[in-house]
Design a protein around this ligand. Structure first.
Ligand code: ZN
Length: 104
């Protein structure tokens, strides 16, 4: 809604209630929009660029998988226990889960 400045002056309290309920209130002066009446917001002071400088860091390898899980990615299913933990080691298939070895 738009309300003239002279009217707004006498019913500012009611207008405040309307704004808090979500009503858009524009105060007009001489028939032209003059002021937007909006709810107060905390922390709207001047921005302080670089306030967190040096306090927030993005690790360069944040999107890389750790080496360990990479090694297990070639693991195959163990015939003995069924775990995907059968790896080739020293020319033998060894299950990291149950210790089953094809070179027994
Ligand atoms: Zn196994």
């Amino acid at each position: 809604m738009q309300i003239d400045l002279s009217e707004a002056e006498v019913m500012l309290a009611q207008l405040g209630e309307l704004v808090l309920k979500g009503e858009e209130v524009v105060i007009a002066k001489a028939g032209k929009p003059y002021l937007d009446l909006v709810p107060h917001q905390e922390h709207t002071g001047p921005r302080l660029p670089g306030r967190f400088k040096g306090r927030i860091q993005m690790a360069e390898d944040f999107d890389e998988m750790p080496e360990e899980s990479g090694a297990l990615s070639n693991a195959t299913q163990c015939g003995a226990c069924g775990a995907m933990a059968m790896v080739r080691m020293d020319g033998c298939n060894l299950c990291l889960e149950c210790g089953d070895s094809k070179c027994g």
